[in-house]
Structures are given as C-alpha cells and as structure tokens.
Design a protein around this ligand. Structure first.
Ligand SMILES: C[S@@+](CC[C@H](N)C(=O)[O-])C[C@H]1O[C@@H](n2cnc3c(N)ncnc32)[C@H](O)[C@@H]1O
Length: 251
C-alpha cells in the first residue's frame, strides 16, 4: 500500500502546502546572512523549496529526505536547472543526521518537522547550526483557539500535537532559539501545487484501482483531509516560523 501512497506524492509538484512567494518572503527575513551560506533543507521532498533557495542564495544546499525516489526527482530537477553543483542530495533520516556540528548557516524545513515532533526537531537540529544560525520551519497550527468540534476531532486523530500558532513561541524559546518573525501561509498555497493536483491524481487512480479496497481507503482518507481543509481552512493552516539559535537555552 506504501507504493500507492508514494505514487500519489511522487506525482505532485509539492508534497505539502507551500509556495515560491512564501519561501522567498521567509528567506528575505534572514537579514544577516553571508553571501555564500551553507543551507540544510530537511524533509525536502521533491525539492520545490530547495530550487527556490538555490536561486535566492549563492551558497550550497544540502537537501535531505528519507524517501529515495523523491531525492531522485530532485536530482533530475537540479540538473535541468543547472544547479546540481550547489544542491547536494542526501537520502537520510532527519532524526539521525550525522553532518558536522555547527556547519550550517541556515536549516530550512517546510512541512516536515512534525515527522519527529516540532520541539524534538528544534532540539535535535540545533547542534548542526552555527552560533546565531537561522532555523526556518513551516508547521501546521491552529489559527483560532475556538474551533468547530468536527475539525478538532479530525486533528485529534491526524495530528494530536498540533498547537495554536502563538503557543509555538514558548517552545521556540525553551529549545534555545529566538523568534525573528512569523507569518501564516496564504490559503492558495494549499491548492495550486498540492491539493488541486492531488485531487486530479486521486480521481485518476480511483479509476485505475477500482477493485483494490485498500487503495480506495487511502484515496478516501486523503480526500477527507482535502474536504476538511475546504470546509475549515479559516481555523488552521501552516505558520512560517523564522528563528535564530541563541547561545544558551532559557528554561
Ligand atoms: C509534508 S512533506 C514536505 C516536503 C517538502 N518540504 C514540501 O514542502 O514539498 C514531508 C517530507 O518529509 C519526509 N520525511 C518524513 N519522515 C522523514 C524522516 N524521518 N527523515 C527525513 N525525511 C522524512 C517525507 O518523505 C516528505 O518528503
């Protein structure tokens, strides 16, 4: 069944909500970067944001994901864009990255830190950042404290750790970073490169796999996620958190 799941995701321009403009907006908030920063893109997927980062900066980007076929797609795109010399692709686990300590000016992660838990990710990745290095993470959050029961129940199952967007700030502080800025991802970033092509792909695959009940249940659960967003997008979304490593965590 994993194959079906990955067949959907490998076909999409992005593997999660996001857009080029928001990547650029967040990058422009890193006001004290050198000309050739070393950047680590964690959970890069097929690299939608990796290519944007490579165009925005003159530095090197290490792009890491644990799904090898995503990395193969990124390698192809990097070659096509003639950026392969500056984009180093790595298949690996974000929870066990054995890069040199304090070797990155920026760690970037769009929609992927949740895979190991937001606070865990912040703690674990800090050792790889240079002193005063930047950490930029987009994370699924509640935009309102009061939410309808149906969507609250849905995320109790899908992402029980999901926080109100301002409740992330103390986590940032307690894990040893300062908050530089925050902005919510616009609603259309969920659709253009993610849910719209996903719905098209789901419809195609439903026709191809009509007799496969397990596959149909994967399609149903993805469709439910999309329907929930269509109905309740004002209550939750992605927040972009721009942070900076501080010398000592405050507890
Ligand atoms: C929601 S997708 C986001 C992908 C990409 N950043 C984007 O915005 O299009 C999360 C990514 O994290 C990757 N991932 C999940 N668990 C991982 C792990 N333990 N180590 C490395 N990558 C992981 C998935 O393969 C997937 O590509």
């Amino acid at each position: 069944m994993e194959d079906i799941y990955f067949e959907i995701f490998e076909s999409l321009p992005r593997q999660g909500p996001g857009d080029e403009r928001s990547t650029k907006k967040a990058y422009q908030m890193l006001t004290e970067l050198f000309e050739f920063p070393e950047i680590l893109d964690v959970g890069c997927g097929t690299g939608a944001q990796t290519l944007v980062l490579a165009e925005l900066s003159s530095g090197n980007i290490t792009a890491l994901d644990n799904h090898a076929p995503f990395i193969e797609i990124l390698k192809r795109k990097a070659r096509q864009a003639r950026l392969e010399k500056r984009i180093h692709c790595v298949v690996g686990d974000m929870a066990a990255m054995n890069f040199h300590a304090e070797s990155y000016d920026v760690i970037w992660s769009e929609g992927a830190a949740y895979c190991m838990g937001f606070a865990n990710a912040l703690r674990s990745w800090k050792a790889l950042l240079k002193p005063r290095g930047y950490l930029v993470v987009s994370e699924l959050v509640w935009f309102k404290r009061e939410t309808p029961q149906e969507i609250r129940d849905y995320f109790t199952g899908a992402y029980p750790d999901m926080k109100y967007y301002e409740d992330i700030y103390p986590v940032v502080k307690s894990t040893g970073y300062e908050m530089i800025d925050y902005f919510p991802l616009p609603s259309k970033s969920w659709w253009t490169d993610y849910y719209a092509p996903a719905e098209k792909k789901l419809a195609e695959m439903r026709r191809e796999c009509q007799s496969n009940k397990d596959a149909q249940s994967i399609f149903d659960s993805f469709q439910l996620e999309i329907d929930m967003h269509r109905k309740y997008s004002e209550y939750y979304g992605y927040g972009f958190y721009i942070m900076r490593k501080i010398a000592k965590p405050e507890t």
